[in-house]
Ligand binder design. Structure first.
Ligand code: SF4
Length: 546
């Protein structure tokens, strides 16, 4: 009799977890990381590649380790979205780089902003995008110029270390940390401590994949603790002192999950070591076999928050964490800091909106000039692709507003300018299928013309591919770039529509409605129809929520 194929359970394949003994690489990425730490590429860029030029770059560095210092090759111009999945990576590579500058907590001085502006104009063809993780990205960077760029950045205390790659990325923080009248706690010291103690450390330079952090005491939760790998959200602790509630395992992309509360109270002085414990669990127990499962959210989905907390306390911290309360969430509140508002020291901050985060080196220099001319030395980036100037005297707020608006940086933007975001898209991104930035900017202009008095906040987030760099699943209207069939049967750029995403008290992922797609050309008509239908059918006081 042949042996039964159904009666014996199949042995489970290992997930590549180091802590369970899987130290041998199970895929090419893991192999590259084992061969050489990504942090080591810095010296090769300085000593070899910047001198010998693009063609001298080892492919394993070019498409792997360069990311440890914020460098990605750009998409070669003129390759349409239909070829993205078909071509080999090297066929999509341009000889220029995107360079991501990390801005932890979104905190910049005038001198730092001016330096970024100068680098953009000197080495980046005057490009600059504010990202939804508070970074600035430049384009058209040549390998020959990278050492000079680093020198300039480091001279003002900025860096690109671990801005990309399988590393702890930039730490998000509220742009109003330390100045907001209603903040729970100023998280700046904790952000600084994590950065100083752990960023660039070989202990955390080989994670299964990227690791996103937020630390914030913002009362409106503007850095979206629900969708970070690890998040510390400000709360008042059991004894009345401020600290943090700890969340683990949030993330969007193709398998969106909201972070889970561990139910602990983290005192400010423990944040850095707890952060290191969570990051170390990810390093040791994270799934490394398949890239698409190599995020901490899959581990916590399998373990649950109780077991995760137990492992954190017993194996990594060596002490028990106290239980703690949840932060207070307000369902209707806007999670941004746009407009002119009072600081707790009596001065004012001015938050303003470029279109979909796109600025330029020239524009960043103007912002630095405007801030300085009005007595401010502090500029902040936000997690919504916007900027804020801090510390403006009341008597100067109108002048600052006028100067920014003269640069088309709106302090009182339309609802569309205020809440539309777009990822990098096909202009520069090798994974993209469609255009995003220019499309987002023209969508804003169209909607402002067609619906000038639209009364309700509405977020419109645009991605160039199924990844979720612009957070499509948590927008009111999320647009995922893909090729669609137009009325004439042609394959053209378009979007799959997700409706009704939200964060906060009523957190939910937008519904992907089957068949709900629009071509890029018809996008303004489509969005206009959705918004007009809302206006016709809304009940009094009803917010825009689909
Ligand atoms: Fe690129 Fe896709 Fe991310 Fe947009 S969402 S930046 S197209 S990877």
């Amino acid at each position: 009799m042949p042996p039964s194929t159904t009666s014996r359970p199949r042995p489970r394949r290992g997930e590549g977890q180091w802590a369970l003994g899987y130290r041998e690489p199970l895929n090419k990425n893991e192999e590259n990381k084992k061969n050489d730490d990504g942090l080591n590429v810095r010296q090769r860029i300085i000593d070899v590649y910047s001198k010998a030029g693009f063609d001298s770059i080892d492919p394993a560095d070019l498409r792997g380790r360069f990311r440890w210092f914020g460098l990605y090759t750009q998409r070669a111009p003129g390759i349409d979205g239909g070829k993205t999945a078909v071509l080999e990576p090297e066929e999509l590579d341009d000889r220029y780089f995107m360079l991501r500058i990390r801005i932890d907590g979104g905190q910049l001085t005038v001198a730092q902003l001016r330096t970024i502006a100068e680098i953009s104009t000197a080495y980046g063809r005057d490009t600059a995008d504010i990202t939804d993780r508070q970074n600035v990205q430049l384009h058209w960077v040549r390998i020959e110029d990278v050492p000079a760029i680093w020198e300039k950045l480091e001279a003002v205390g900025l860096s690109t270390t671990e801005a990309c790659g399988d590393t702890p990325r930039v730490i998000l923080g509220c742009p109003l940390a330390g100045i907001a009248e209603d903040e729970v706690i100023d998280a700046s010291p904790q952000i600084r401590q994590i950065y100083d103690e752990h960023i660039g450390s070989p202990l955390f330079s080989n994670l299964p994949r990227k690791f996103k952090t937020s630390v914030s005491g913002c009362s409106v939760h503007c850095v979206n603790h629900e969708i970070n790998d690890v998040a510390f959200a400000g709360v008042t602790g059991p004894d009345g002192t401020p600290g943090y509630d700890l969340y683990v395992g949030g993330g969007l992309s193709t398998n969106p999950m909201f972070a889970r509360r561990l139910g602990t109270f983290i005192a400010p002085e423990r944040v850095s070591e707890v952060w290191a414990g969570v990051c170390a669990i990810f390093r040791d127990y994270g799934y490394r076999r398949l890239r698409h499962r190599a995020r901490i959210k899959f581990l916590i989905k399998d373990w649950g928050p109780e077991r995760f907390r137990e492992v954190l306390e017993q194996e990594y911290l060596g002490y028990r964490l106290p239980d703690g309360p949840e932060p207070v969430l307000d369902p209707g509140v806007r999670r941004d800091h746009i407009g002119v508002h009072r600081q707790r020291d009596g001065r004012y901050y001015v938050g303003f909106a470029p279109r979909v985060g796109r600025v330029s080196g020239t524009k960043l220099a103007r912002i630095a000039d405007i801030a300085e001319a009005h007595g401010s030395d502090r500029i902040r980036t936000t997690a919504d692709q916007k900027l804020v100037v801090l510390d403006v005297e009341e008597s100067r707020t109108e002048a600052v507003t006028a100067a920014l608006e003269a640069e088309d940086l709106q302090v009182r933007p339309s609802v569309f300018r205020r809440q539309t975001m777009a990822c990098t898209g096909i202009e520069f991104c090798k994974l993209a299928i469609v255009e995003t930035k220019a499309r987002g900017a023209s969508l804003i202009d169209e909607l402002e013309k067609r619906l000038p008095d639209f009364p309700e906040p509405v977020s419109i987030n645009i991605n160039g591919c199924p990844n979720s760099c612009a957070r499509i699943q948590v927008a009111d209207i999320g647009l995922k770039g893909q090729l669609v069939t137009d009325a004439d049967g042609r394959q053209v750029e378009g979007y799959q529509v997700h409706l009704g995403g939200a964060m906060g008290l009523n957190a939910s992922f937008g519904r992907k409605v089957r068949g709900l797609k629009t071509t890029a050309e018809e996008l303004p008509d489509y969005v206009e129809r959705v918004l007009r239908r809302f206006l016709e059918q809304r009940e009094e006081g009803e917010p825009f929520a689909l």
